[in-house]
Design a binder for this molecule. Structure first.
Ligand code: IYT
Ligand code: CU
Ligand code: CU
Length: 336
């Protein structure tokens, strides 16, 4: 699009703006390769290797989910995949399919770029925002993980659940990224326990959160994520019942996060069991995660992209050896 000098500047800008709105995107199918899980609760992973000479910008995700078959699906960006096989077992709390290797989704450098739970809609990133993958990025592979809830609806030829990646080769001015907050720690038997984490933001750019996702296992009641200014001025980023589909929900409030702010998350867990429940990777354990999807101007996402603490009982938001935060919204952080 070129504008000859006599075109009124305004008209020219409109023309360019119109072109931007009509961004040309392609769709790439990241689908299970006619997978045939033998049992429910199977977690399968399949990789795609990205061209390392070209940079692609993922601007949207369109799920191809066969109802009832998939409980959840995750798309990981990896430096190295867990395996280079077309299909492998990759569940944290999984049934293992004989004949297939078992590996984590990513071998190294992993981050979640999309999450689908029952009835999740497509995820379109804001205008001008893209997940940068391929050459000019640490994401060299994309790995699809499907958690099979049921195998009854899988056709003879196998399952093709997955996601259509909407991408462009046109450079996007803003980069999408995901900040993962998590904790360690444990919940004593018959207790309500707060799993808390927080980190100060060092990046000098303005960070624009636009979606969030929560993840716990069965004991999670409420997960809330906050921006804390001056360690005492709290603003909610997102809050959800983690038993709802664990997908990325849009952030309603327009807000930015900047250097010196603290990002904080709390998982309120109720343990009615007769035993202590620890953070860990099996169904018997727990996890406490708050994912914040954001965009920043420029080519690189924010690093570090994780914020983990020891969690309870030794680490808490307000503790001296914890987050050093005050004016904690105790009730709002633990009720829906
Ligand atoms: C111990 C824990 O909290 N694990 C979480 C978060 C996590 C995700 C990634 C930890 C690491 C990662 O590289 I990606 I280290 C966890 O496993 N969360 C699950 C998985 O991402 C499936 C989830 O559903 O959020
Ligand atoms: Cu699942
Ligand atoms: Cu988990």
């Amino acid at each position: 699009m070129h504008c000859t000098p006599w075109l009124v500047a305004f008209g020219c800008i409109l023309a360019i703006q119109a072109k931007k709105e009509s961004l040309v995107t392609e769709e790439f199918p990241l689908l299970m390769p006619n997978a045939k899980p033998d049992l429910p609760e199977t977690y399968f992973c399949t990789p795609i290797r990205l061209d390392t000479d070209l940079t692609y910008y993922i601007v949207g995700f369109r799920p191809n989910a066969t109802k009832m078959t998939a409980h959840h699906m995750l798309v990981y960006g990896c430096e190295e995949p867990g395996s280079k096989d077309p299909l492998w077992n990759c569940g944290e709390m999984a049934v293992k399919q004989p004949g297939l290797k078992t590996h984590k989704p990513c071998g190294s450098g992993d981050q979640i770029v999309y999450a689908w739970g029952m009835d999740a809609p497509s995820l379109e990133l804001p205008a001008g925002v893209g997940f940068r993958v391929g050459a000019d990025s640490s994401i060299k592979y994309l790995v699809l993980q499907v958690h099979y809830a049921s195998i009854d609806e899988i056709p003879e030829k196998g399952d093709d659940s997955g996601v259509f990646l909407q991408y462009t080769e046109e450079q996007q001015p803003k980069s999408a990224g995901v900040l993962l907050l998590g904790t360690g720690g444990f919940a004593p038997a018959h207790s309500t326990t707060y799993f808390e984490t927080s980190c100060e933001i060092e990046d000098t750019r303005e960070i624009h959160p636009f979606a969030f996702r929560t993840h716990t296992h069965g004991l999670g009641k409420v997960v809330s994520g906050w921006r804390v200014r001056d360690k005492n001025n709290w603003k909610l980023i997102g809050k959800k019942d983690p038993m709802l589909p664990q997908m990325f929900y849009p952030i309603e409030t327009e807000m930015t996060v900047r250097k010196g702010d603290t990002i904080a998350a709390r998982c309120t867990m109720v343990n009615n069991r007769d035993r202590t429940v620890y953070i860990g990777t099996t169904n018997e354990d727990e996890m406490c995660n708050f994912y914040m999807m954001y965009w920043v101007e420029g080519k690189q996402p924010v690093t570090p992209n994780t914020c983990f603490t020891r969690g309870p009982p030794t680490w808490s938001w307000g503790g001296w050896f914890g987050g050093g935060l005050s004016n904690i919204p105790d009730l709002e952080a633990s009720t829906l």
